[in-house]
Design a protein around this ligand. Structure first.
Ligand code: G
Ligand code: G
Ligand code: MN
Ligand code: NA
Length: 250
């Protein structure tokens, strides 16, 4: 079967699931949020492959709606059991932002599942500026006005100028792991250090992604990185293991 057929089948037969990777406060080392990451049940087909195809074919719209609803269901499940909740970040692709119904759907989910907007974060990429920029920014601002935080994902992989940093309604920057791999060796740490200090000057929190070693963590901490995500602290977890993080997080 080709990827498109697998995606169609997975939508029809409800074969997606979400993993939750904790993102840690770099100083207290407490989990401060999760990132929801999609998988296909019993399949090795990775989102790195199928998300792009879903985006190209428009299948990302129904898949993205499933992801959003699943996160709200999960938060409600934990909320009903009185767990100490932390926000869940959801990846949103440009095609989903262009979808006219996204705002209404998120508003509906907030009310239906009785979830506080501060428990939802959206991760977007600068690719959303490539087409319909002004319209997309309007839609993003409207969603943000609900009280939802926005992170800019994959920083360092794109090509645009940095001018967007002054007008995009973002609260957080996620440094792609390629940035860390390029600059976090002995001589070149000045680049990361200056980047982080620039982001702080713009009132943005900084997350370092793909942190795999203690040395990387120590350097990122010394450059005042606010949050750490990566295999060093935790891989993406199934909901039951994510719940254990909530229980031991106090
Ligand atoms: O989950 P990794 O675990 O393999 O994710 C690979 C890529 O797929 C990343 O770029 C990630 O942002 C993207 N991705 C993972 N889950 C989702 C999702 O639910 N929606 C969208 N749009 N992208 C996702
Ligand atoms: O594009 P985005 O930043 O949303 O994708 C996050 C991706 O990074 C997911 O595929 C996730 O599984 C992966 N990931 C999370 N932690 C690590 C890590 O420490 N090392 C590597 N190589 N990948 C990671
Ligand atoms: Mn992401
Ligand atoms: Na990223």
């Amino acid at each position: 079967m080709n990827v498109i057929s697998i995606l169609r089948k997975s939508i029809e037969e409800d074969q997606f699931k979400l993993l939750y990777q904790p993102i840690y406060d770099s100083v207290s080392k407490k989990a401060s949020s999760f990132e929801a990451l999609i998988r296909i049940k019993d399949s090795s087909l990775s989102p790195g492959v199928f998300i792009d195809i879903a985006e190209e074919t428009g299948l990302i719209v129904p898949i993205g709606r499933w992801v959003l609803q699943e996160v709200f269901k999960q938060l409600q499940f934990w909320q009903d059991r009185n767990f100490d909740l932390i926000p869940v970040a959801i990846n949103i692709s440009p095609r989903q932002i262009r979808d006219d119904n996204l705002f209404d759907f998120i508003k509906f989910l907030l009310e239906e599942y009785e979830i506080c907007p501060s428990l939802i974060e959206l991760e977007i990429t600068e690719n959303m500026l490539l087409e319909d920029k002004d319209d997309n920014l309007k839609k993003l601002n409207k969603i943000k006005s609900l009280g939802i935080c926005i992170s800019l994902d994959d920083f360092g992989t794109g090509y645009s100028s940095l001018s967007y940093l002054s007008y995009m309604p973002i609260d957080k920057i996620k440094l792609d792991k390629s940035i860390k791999d390029k600059f976090l060796d002995r001589k070149d740490t000045e680049v990361i250090k200056s980047l982080i200090s620039m982001f702080h000057g713009l009132n943005l929190k900084v997350v370092a992604e793909g942190v795999e070693t203690e040395e990387e963590y120590i350097q990122l901490l010394s450059h005042s990185t606010d949050y750490i995500q990566g295999y060093l602290f935790s891989k993406p977890l199934n909901p039951e293991d994510a719940a254990l993080i909530l229980k031991t997080n106090q």
